[in-house]
Design a protein around this ligand. Sequence first.
Ligand code: BYC
Length: 325
Amino acid sequence: MYAQMIKSEATTDDPEKLKEFQARIDDDIKVEPRDWMPEGYRKTLIRQIGQHAHSEIVGQLPEGNWITRAPTLERKMILLAKVQDEAGHGLYLYAAAETLGVSRDDLTEQLLSGKMKYSSIFNYATLNWADIGAVGWLVDGAAIMNQVPLQRTSYGPYSRAMIRICKEESFHQRQGYDIMMKMAQGTEAQKKMAQDALNRLWYPSLMMFGPSDADSVHSTQNMAWKIKMNTNDELRQKFVDQTVPQAEYLGLTIPDENLTWNEKKGGYDYSDPDWSEFFDVLKGNGPCNVDRLEARNKAWDDGAWVRDGLMAHAEKKRAAKTAAE
Ligand code: BYC
């Protein structure tokens, strides 16, 4: 439906302007905030960048949950830095979205009311320390797979935000893998925890790339506009191919009996996630959807005094300036 909306919005734009716009995209010329752009391009970018920003912010919750219980001071400092990085990513992305004419307050309101989505993965719980390793390894691993190509995305502010984000995400992925290595080489009980974390988070991680290409609504138009550089299935395949040897190195087993190397395609054949579960999580019925929105709403309410204080200060400065003029 959204694709149809975008198409119809795109077609209400001046056809000559549309043609020129597409030619610039085809020549890899970045679109900047003051440039003319089709309404559909602007709207789908706000949707994607906004969802991405929300994912970074909500993504702090499952990991933040373990900061106080990290097993050593060093692990605690690393996790704290990682969670702070995610807040920074959210800020770069909200700032990039604001250049498209939407306010951060608007986006926040849409997150808090459940109107806007964030990544499905953050509706799954982190039950123990091994999950923090698996989140870094798999979730940040999947995020990088998706985000490295987005550094070349056609919208300038988004592509520039992605460059910095990707650098930090790669540190995040390594810290997760480092935790997994420690656990996998530890006691029998620790190895079991690592395997259990992989078992639970494997399919939710595959879901991060979105529905299969046949069910993806936005891919065709967004790839033509270079908002998206690859299809969901292309990136999922690359992620599986990258992750299987990493699991082997850890001595862990990917929970997929159908996983086999396919010489002809030069990649692994693998089982799809349960797509009915994915769509159910998107509808708000995942294990932690309610908790996540409650936590974000509470944080927003608890922060009201800071926003009020800042606004009062700004108002006072404005009044003083007007009086002096
Ligand atoms: N979760 O037409 P499609 C991170 C929705 S984590 C929820 O293929 P599109 C981080 C989709 O929005 C990752 N919803 O959509 C890591 C659409 O619904 P609407 C965040 C999903 O946009 C560690 C519908 O399904 N990364 O950063 O072409 C710690 C049809 O899908 C999901 C990004 O956001 C999902 N997994 O492709 C902290 C990267 N998948 O909007 C943080 C940028 C699909 O029409 N985003 N949907 O109601 C993208 O690359 C693309 O938006 C997606 C989806 C690949 C996610």
